[in-house]
Design a protein. Structure first.
Length: 142
């Protein structure tokens, strides 16, 4: 749990923790140390393949127990949370870089630009290219 202490002491914790996305309707309890450790791990490894098995093993829990714990505290599944973190990083990269969708896909843990586009459209209602175009046009008219 040393990583959590280092994370909490860093400025990243101050910037990231307020943006933790969970379903507030289902949010039942304060976040436990294992859930915070998982959040820290995901934020620092979102660009890699992350599985429930990886995180449960890292935290010394069974898959089923940690899955229930995470969902109970966050209101969404671990895989949904990982997807949300990745999509948020994709959005930042679309806004702040000129990288192609394929490059962003590889940088954020997706296996291809096509797969990223499908996941992005499911989450946001638009393709990454549409998002970039609308965001750039919105910002240029201000």
């Amino acid at each position: 749990m040393i990583a959590l202490a280092a994370f909490a002491a860093s400025s990243a914790a101050i910037l990231y923790l307020p943006s933790i996305e969970c379903d507030s309707e289902k949010y039942k309890s304060p976040l436990s140390e294992p859930v915070l450790e998982a959040i820290y791990y995901i934020e620092n490894n979102y660009h890699k393949q992350i599985t429930l098995d990886d995180i449960a093993r890292l935290l010394h829990f069974s898959n089923s127990y940690f899955s229930r714990l995470f969902t109970a505290q966050m209101g969404i599944s671990l895989s949904e949370y990982i997807s949300n973190v990745r999509i948020n990083h994709v959005k930042r990269m679309l806004i702040n870089t000129t990288k192609s969708v394929t490059e962003i896909a590889f940088d954020t843990g997706y296996c291809s630009g096509d797969y990223l586009s499908v996941r992005f459209k499911n989450k946001t209602g638009m393709t990454p290219t549409e998002f970039r175009y609308r965001t750039k046009n919105k910002n240029s008219t201000i």
